[in-house]
Design a binder for this molecule. Structure first.
Ligand code: AMP
Ligand code: ZN
Length: 113
């Protein structure tokens, strides 16, 4: 069985606040929100990070971004939002299952892009 916490969330073995799901993607609220809206959008298939993407599995990034567009709309983020992904320890990645942070609901400022 996978020891990956996000695989367990996707499988329903660990509870989460789900906001969206389809065949390829699962989205849920971050347990430690950094903005009024902070949602994690993850592919259902386990891939560690952006560094592990290739022509064979990169379709899941498109699926995630299609979901992000829908979730941003349903969360009312009409003024804008930020999408962040950390790849590797030096970038601050703590869960090694590819995920995109969808952040919004406040003015983000110009730091860190
Ligand atoms: P990262 O540091 O980019 O790997 O992001 C991992 C994110 O997962 C952090 O923002 C954590 O707050 C979040 N997180 C960890 N465990 C859970 C959980 N059980 N449910 C929701 N979010 C979680
Ligand atoms: Zn996983």
């Amino acid at each position: 069985m996978s020891e990956c916490i996000f695989c367990k969330i996707i499988a329903g073995e660990i509870p989460s606040q789900k906001v969206y799901e389809n065949e390829y993607v699962y989205a849920f609220r971050d347990i430690s929100p950094q903005a009024p809206v902070h949602i994690l959008v993850v592919p259902k298939e386990h891939v560690e990070s952006v560094a592990n993407l290739s022509a064979e599995n990169s379709y899941m990034v498109a699926k995630c971004f299609e979901a992000i567009a829908e979730v941003a709309k349903s969360e009312g983020l009409v003024e804008g939002f930020r999408v962040i992904t950390n790849s590797g320890k030096a970038a601050g990645q703590t869960v090694f299952h590819l995920h995109f942070h969808l952040l919004g609901g406040k003015i983000m400022g110009e730091s860190l892009i």
